[in-house]
Design a binder for this molecule. Structure first.
Ligand code: AR6
Length: 190
């Protein structure tokens, strides 16, 4: 991670970073999942591959965890599932928190924003519950789900600003952008 931008909200620091989230040294990383935890593409596939080496195996582990933690075979916006980091432990990652953002297909409105807020907040609350000090997010919904990137980044900032007031153990929240271009774009928004 060469360069970073940092904001402070209460006891929380929110940093925009550039890199591959599957190697990012945060205690918990968040997966931009779909509701069935079928990690077929994007960051979900990358995380499943990096964790277990076998994507199908990690999908099985995720679905089993979902049954245990949620009691059914899908999650709503705001509900999250935790799975072990497995091979990513070598980078200091302990947990993967799966959350589901809205599908936008290029459109953006209040409803999508609310769903994204729930998805982010659900993961933050779970991180507090797990007692971790750091969590890294990808740009949830800004890839395959087609939500406008700038709006996604703005929503992160808003949620963190609010959450900073009630944060407990959590000290560092990272938004990790994969490409240099996204990183530069994010810096212009936060
Ligand atoms: N590290 C950090 N960010 C990444 C990485 C990585 N290794 N790989 C991709 N990104 P997406 P979504 C960025 O499509 O829009 C999956 O199939 C990517 O550039 O992964 O929420 C799920 O199973 C983009 O900015 O998630 C769902 O079906 C961001 O991660 C669906 O896609 C999110 O892109 C979810 O779509």
């Amino acid at each position: 991670m060469e360069s970073m931008s940092e904001l402070t909200f209460g006891s929380l620091t929110f940093k925009v970073a550039q890199g591959d989230i599957t190697r990012f040294p945060a205690e918990a990383i968040v997966n931009a999942a779909n509701k069935y935890l079928e990690h077929g593409g994007g960051v979900a596939y990358a995380i499943a591959k990096a964790a277990s080496g076998d994507v199908r195996e990690y999908i099985r582990i995720s679905k089993e965890a979902m049954r245990e933690q949620i009691g059914r075979g899908w999650i709503e916006h705001g509900e999250v599932v935790v799975t072990p980091a497995m091979k990513m432990e070598q980078y200091g990652i302990r947990y993967v928190i799966h959350t589901v953002g809205p599908y936008c297909g290029g459109k953006w409105d209040e409803d999508k924003k609310e769903k994204l807020k729930k998805a982010i907040l659900g993961a933050l609350k779970k991180a507090e519950e797990l007692g971790v000090k750091s969590i890294a997010f990808p740009a949830i919904s800004a890839g395959i789900y087609g939500c406008p990137f700038e709006e996604v980044v703005k929503t992160f900032r808003e949620v963190l600003e609010e959450f900073g007031k009630e944060a407990g153990n959590l000290e560092k929240v990272y938004l990790v952008l994969y490409s240099e271009r996204d990183y530069e774009r994010a810096l212009r928004v936060v």
